[in-house]
Write a new protein. Structure first.
Length: 426
């Protein structure tokens, strides 16, 4: 079966190779880590591997969101098991870069693609005692060969309704992969039920809650946020509207609103944080077209920006800290087709949170927040304008909504400890 999968992967690779080549040449994507991804020649480890006298844990985090999620988990693991060794792999270039910034004390590698030769080579080099997949990575060859070497577990697992339907259509192909998992720690009972539907047994499953609640910073006076406040020239009486993890629809909406109401609310500042780094220059062009003076984060280290009311954050890994100086939050990826982004971070700080209706990737979290009247769903341009106006003109009510969000996040914490308990006996 692994060799059949190799053939299928190769055929798909051949079909999409023209697009891959064009994207690699024009955007620089997919070039970095080629030997690690396609051949399993992971950095930091020799061909025969090094037998480690300590327990070695391989943690796989696909991209930026999963890399950030590792922070509270690693803190807890290091505190309980300081003698364990950790290896972190990522899939995306941005995730890899952030992991190297946050966890430079560990080996950071690219995860091999799901070709049997690449997977086996990487496993032979790393020699893990435990393989941990963050949230959901059901690559058959990866799980098949890793399970021959060590226990394999999913942590903070989530399975959307659409993904569950897709896996159920695969039927006999996905069930053997699921059964090779030693354990699956999921965020809620709904996800546990969906994993059962695609082949997991009840014995494999544990509901731990979401580590994302534990990893959310709640103190706006943390050193990083204070430094950003100083760099951006944010005063105590400024009202900060931050649109985070944005895509084009949301950028057009907030820039048009800001241009129209620039004089109406002179204390209002707009901070834009695009989701994808390759769009930074495109969004800078959109800002320039408004005619409003703006500054990019990459140029913010020098100069006084107190009078600049439009800021573009064109670096990765800082969004969590920027949420800390936010009064009014709009979580992006929710007006288009991406399915939303993490709204826990602004909620934890007590910002007044809003997002669009397309949040199926965070359906359970959205339902919880809305049940507690701790956020607002924005369906249209008119509702966006009404929401921002309400936040500015009714500050006490807006603050109460933000406080409800912060209290909700605090009440949901505790998943990290439960997850480490599971990892300790695998």
């Amino acid at each position: 079966m692994p060799y059949v999968r190799n053939l299928v992967y190769l055929l798909i690779l051949i079909l999409i190779s023209p697009w891959l080549v064009v994207t690699a040449l024009t955007k620089g994507k997919y070039r970095q880590g080629f030997a690690e991804k396609f051949l399993g020649l992971v950095a930091h480890f020799p061909a025969t591997g090094i037998a480690c006298p300590r327990r070695r844990i391989w943690l796989h985090a696909v991209s930026v969101g999963e890399v950030n999620l590792l922070e509270p988990l690693l803190q807890e693991l290091e505190q309980r098991y300081p003698d364990w060794e950790y290896v972190i792999s990522t899939t995306t270039k941005t995730g890899h870069k952030l992991a190297r910034q946050k966890y430079s004390r560990y080996p950071i590698v690219y995860c091999p693609l799901d070709f049997s030769w690449a997977v086996k080579t990487a496993l032979r080099r790393i020699k893990p005692d435990l393989f941990v997949l963050v949230e959901l990575e059901l690559w058959p060859n990866l799980i098949h060969y890793a399970s021959k070497v060590c226990p394999v577990t999913i942590i903070n697992g989530r399975l959307s309704e659409s993904s569950a339907k897709g896996y159920k259509r695969l039927g006999l192909f996905i069930r053997p992969t699921i059964r090779k998992l030693t354990h699956i720690a999921v965020q809620n009972q709904q996800y546990a039920d969906r994993f059962e539907e695609i082949g997991a047994s009840q014995q494999q499953l544990t509901v731990t809650g979401s580590i994302k609640f534990d990893g959310a910073e709640s103190n706006p006076d943390n050193p990083k946020t204070l430094e950003l406040r100083r760099l951006a020239g944010i005063a105590d009486d400024d009202i900060v509207l931050l649109v985070g993890s944005s895509q084009v629809e949301e950028e057009e909406l907030c820039l048009d609103y800001f241009k129209t109401h620039l004089d109406t609310f002179p204390q209002l500042k707009l901070i834009l944080v695009p989701r994808h780094p390759e769009r930074f220059n495109e969004v800078a062009g959109m800002c320039q077209q408004t005619g409003i003076p703006f500054v990019r984060r990459s140029a913010m280290e020098s100069g006084n920006h107190a009078n600049i009311r439009l800021l573009l954050i064109d670096v990765i890994g800082e969004l969590g800290a920027w949420w800390g100086l936010t009064n009014i939050a709009f979580v992006g990826g929710s007006l288009g087709s991406r399915g939303g982004q993490n709204m826990i971070e602004p909620a934890a700080y007590g910002a007044t949170v809003s997002f669009g209706p397309n949040t199926w990737n965070f359906k359970d979290i959205v339902e919880l927040i809305l049940q507690h009247q701790a956020a607002k769903v924005i369906y249209s341009r008119e509702q966006f304008e009404e929401f921002v106006r309400w936040c500015i003109e009714s500050p006490e009510q807006a603050a109460a909504m933000g406080q409800a969000a912060a209290e909700l996040v605090a009440d949901q914490q505790g998943a990290t400890g439960k997850t480490v308990d599971i990892l300790s006996y695998l």
